[in-house]
Design a protein around this ligand. Structure first.
Ligand SMILES: C[S@@+](CC[C@H](N)C(=O)[O-])C[C@H]1O[C@@H](n2cnc3c(N)ncnc32)[C@H](O)[C@@H]1O
Length: 380
């Protein structure tokens, strides 16, 4: 086993947390340290670390009271930027909903509730009835925030704390949710892929578990150089199968920053693809004040496509967010838009902003569904 200090550099312009936030983070750090001490080998998998940093009850980033999304928080997502995003999605899925029996929408990880709000409003304007809008949110804090935001939608909205248990027809949406699923890390050591986890040496530190083999299949990866460190999401398939299990007929749309596997594991990213956000600054040190930064990993869309196939879904499309919005008719929504919405639309569309890094992947079950935009499925 080999220990080394933080592999990735910290952005030293990060603001210093206030004392109560720092104390909160120290409590979480102690909890993580105890988990490391209790483990055989003084080592925990990075997946366990990320799970604690994000979801440890009462302490993790998503499980405690920090603002998280929006201007007062750490990062901004497309639905937070402008309601145009939700209105666009409403128009994309309305024809699907119209052909279903008692259609429902299941939104995974709804954040502040901004997407639900914009979608429900636009579907109402389009005269599309819904049998219900389900919000699956594991964070009690965010679920409460959503409840406040969506109070006007009354009985249409239902919160779930686990995947639905009853069959339904409808559309499942996930914007920036897959990136929040805890990932494991590996390092290439000769012919082997070795787990690259977390230990303690005067603080949290990277620790390679040389005696073990990472459970990612080598054939899922392009050739990689010695020392390359990368992430994969061991729970992706089980999670995706669970959230889509009760969908009898309909579509699933996932939007996130990510790449097909060959680009994802490219040698130009030898330290992997973790991304942390604190107060609208991006950094890549997951050990910087645990619980105060959002932590995520870019999505391997080849793995997501595989998860969909294994869940019995049809891969209906894969394109960039920019292509999807441009070819899907975002322009029609821009007439009379406010300057702020026009600026936000540019951010969503432009390749140097969110247009290229963000991808859209769609699946279908029991119906035909197509995604506008250049078809990139052959890259997967
Ligand atoms: C980066 S935020 C995105 C929020 C929102 N979708 C948006 O675009 O503004 C990630 C969201 O996923 C939720 N989440 C995390 N793990 C989840 C899981 N296993 N199932 C469903 N939602 C999850 C988080 O609590 C949070 O609401």
């Amino acid at each position: 086993m080999e220990a080394r200090k933080t592999l990735l550099t910290t952005d030293n312009r990060l603001p210093v947390p206030e004392s109560d936030a720092a104390a909160h983070s120290e409590l979480l750090t102690e909890r993580i340290r105890a988990a490391i001490a209790a483990s055989s080998g003084q080592w925990i998998d990075f997946e366990r670390y990320m799970e604690m940093a994000l979801y440890e009850p009462g302490l993790g980033y998503y499980a405690a009271g920090a603002a998280k999304l929006g201007q007062a928080g750490d990062f901004v997502t497309a639905p937070e930027l402008t309601p145009l995003f939700g209105r666009f999605i409403a128009r994309q899925i309305q024809p699907v909903l119209a052909g279903l029996n008692h259609p429902k929408i299941l939104e995974l990880g709804p954040g502040s509730g901004a997407l639900a709000d914009a979608l429900l409003r636009e579907l109402g304007n389009l005269g599309q009835a819904l049998d219900g809008y389900w919000l699956l949110e594991p964070s009690p804090d965010l679920a409460e925030r959503q409840t406040r935001r969506l109070v006007a939608w009354g009985a249409q909205t239902t919160w779930l704390d686990r995947p639905p248990a009853t069959p339904f027809e409808g559309v499942i949406l996930a914007n920036e949710v897959v990136d929040a699923l805890p990932v494991s890390r590996f390092q290439v050591v000769g012919e082997r892929l070795v787990p690259f986890g977390v230990g303690w040496a005067d603080g949290l530190t990277w620790r390679r578990h040389d005696g073990a083999t990472a459970s990612i299949a080598r054939e899922q990866l392009p050739p990689l150089k010695d020392g390359h460190t990368g992430e994969w999401c061991p729970r992706l398939e089980a999670w995706f199968a669970a959230v889509t299990a009760q969908l009898r007929r309909g579509a699933v749309i996932g939007i996130d920053y990510g790449l097909p596997a060959t680009s994802y594991y490219h040698g130009d990213h030898p330290d992997g693809r973790l991304v942390c956000h604190y107060r609208h600054r991006r950094h890549n040190d997951p050990f910087w004040w645990p619980g105060l930064s959002d932590m995520s990993a870019w999505v391997d869309f080849s793995a997501l496509a595989r998860a969909g196939r294994r869940a019995g879904l049809q891969l209906a499309g894969f394109t960039t967010q920019g292509q999807w919005l441009a070819e899907g008719g975002l322009a029609a929504l821009l007439e009379g838009a406010s300057p702020a919405d026009l600026a936000a639309a540019k951010t969503l569309l432009l390749p140097g902003e969110m247009g290229e890094a963000f991808k859209v992947m769609a699946f279908s079950r029991g119906l035909q569904f197509e995604l506008p935009g250049r078809d990139l499925r052959d890259r997967l």
